[in-house]
Design a binder for this molecule. Structure first.
Ligand code: LLP
Length: 464
């Protein structure tokens, strides 16, 4: 096939791991034979062993990033400013599997869950209940009962009705609950409207501006079976701007001051998740955990002094910034088709054997990813490509615009990095496409973490 002339607005080529290492799992590089490898493991061999598509998670990367977060928070909140300490909860919605839960808990990192299923998985993995938090705007009775039975560390209440529900349930179960209040701080931030969560007109939290959050706290303190632990803020996701977190923390500190002055002890502030990662060459390099942590510690320390308050204990809930960069999705290339556009230029459509079922983020949020030829090196000229999946929708696009070597063809492997957060966890089986397996790699070992959902699995679920 011929190549197109390269126009000035030509899409960016995939950054090689050596150019933008932040987009790829730690220790990703090209082997001598041109194929990509993560650490000592060759992605071509992984595809041979496990088939495609496959989510390949570098456990060393994921656990390493969690440790970096923990160390950054400990350093900033214990040593740096002499504050009251900090706790990291990994937001399991990004990607949850038992092995990850076990390893994180061993490091003293907690697990933030957002449904009965996530809570059940964390418990099944053996997470100490005290290290688990539960969120949700519409928590099921099952989730609340399990949370209370197991005595989890905290339940983050999201509505006034929920306060009464938990109190009565505690009474019926003869137990107590530790609760936080999710506060809508009014800070509007986030990579996409669907993932911004602290403006007024959305379903989460209780408003700071209208006084609903304060009233909720007062109601909790009047409940016989509830212990008020603190305030929670999650402003959205994929936020590069440290200032947005600082603003939310400032507002929470203001509310805490009001509560403390009214005699309501408010020991903890949870500043939520939402820390950004880089997905492709057009993204700036995201701030490091240390940069976020130092900024948060600085504002909490300064405000504690200015407001003449004991500093609060701080917690955070990063999901994407722990799991996101750890994973690449490996696809095999199938159909390659050149389409002539209205202006006479050509766009090459490269179809792969997955699509919007294993990564809904481009279709849902317009998220931009990159991809690299994984099974070999090519020095051929670049051509303008669109990487599409195998579903029966024209919006089934994985990468809208990317420059790839013009000899990429059937049977080649493409690696799409930064798919560790909200890839597998948001996967569907649209068009009866199987869910890819999740394969973990660590050192020179690979292991199946989550088995695939095969066509036979899907057929056997249908009992009609
Ligand atoms: N804490 C709470 C209360 C949350 O709601 C979330 C994410 C997190 C922590 C973790 O946020 P992270 O650090 O991962 O940004 N599906 C979307 C993201 C939805 C996030 C929902 N809540 C996406 O694929 O971009």
């Amino acid at each position: 096939m011929s190549t197109t002339t390269i126009p000035h607005d030509f899409p960016l080529p995939a950054p090689e791991p050596s150019q933008r290492s932040d987009v790829w799992p730690w220790h990703t590089r090209r082997d001598d034979d041109g194929s990509l490898r993560i650490g000592s493991l060759n992605l071509r061999k992984i595809a041979q062993q496990w088939g495609t598509p496959v989510y390949v998670v570098s456990l060393d990367d994921l656990l390493g990033r969690a440790q970096v977060w923990k160390a950054a928070m400990d350093e900033a909140f214990w040593s740096g400013y002499g504050l009251a300490g900090a706790q990291v909860y990994y937001a399991g919605k990004a990607f949850l599997c038992k092995r990850v839960v076990r390893e994180l808990c061993q490091e003293g990192i907690g697990i933030d869950t957002a449904s009965e299923g996530e809570l059940a998985l964390a418990l099944a993995a053996g997470a100490p209940p005290k290290l688990i938090g539960l969120h949700g705007n519409n928590k099921s009775q099952g989730a609340l009962s399990t949370a209370l039975e197991q005595g989890i560390g905290r339940i983050v209440v999201d509505s006034v009705g929920e306060i009464d529900r938990i109190d009565s349930l505690c009474s019926a179960m003869n137990t107590r609950a530790r609760v936080m209040v999710r506060v809508t701080t009014g800070v509007h931030a986030g990579g996409h409207e669907f993932i911004a969560t602290a403006h007024e007109d959305q379903k989460f939290g209780l408003s700071l501006a209208t006084g609903a959050a304060r009233e909720a706290v007062q109601r909790i303190t009047a409940c016989e079976h509830l212990d008020f632990v603190g305030l929670h803020s999650h402003i959205g996701s994929q936020i590069f701007d440290k200032g947005a977190f600082v603003e939310a923390a400032t507002r929470l500190m203001g509310l805490r001051k009001e509560l403390m002055d009214a005699g309501i002890n408010t020991p903890e502030l949870d500043l939520g998740g939402g820390y950004a990662i880089s997905y492709w060459a057009g993204d700036s390099v995201a701030p490091s955990p240390k940069e976020y942590a130092d900024e948060l510690a600085r504002v909490i320390s300064t405000l504690s002094q200015d407001m003449d308050m004991e500093p609060p204990h701080i917690s955070i809930e990063p999901g994407r910034s722990i799991a996101g960069p750890s994973t690449v999705t490996l696809y095999e290339v199938g159909t390659v088709k050149d389409v002539v556009l209205e202006d006479g230029s050509v766009r090459r459509y490269i179809s792969v054997d997955g699509g919007m079922a294993d990564n809904i983020r481009p279709a849902l949020y317009g998220s931009v990813y990159t991809a690299a030829l994984a099974n070999r090196r090519s020095d051929q000229a670049l051509t303008r490509c669109r990487i599409v999946g195998s579903h029966c929708e024209s919006g089934d696009i994985i990468i809208n615009d990317i420059a790839l070597p013009c000899d990429v063809g059937r049977g080649d492997l493409l690696a799409v990095p930064a798919t560790g957060a909200y890839g597998k966890s948001m996967a569907s089986n649209y068009n009866m496409l199987p869910t890819p397996p999740v394969v973990g790699i660590s050192g020179d070992k690979t292991e199946l973490l989550v088995r695939p959902r095969t066509i036979n699995d899907l057929i056997s679920e249908d009992v009609s």
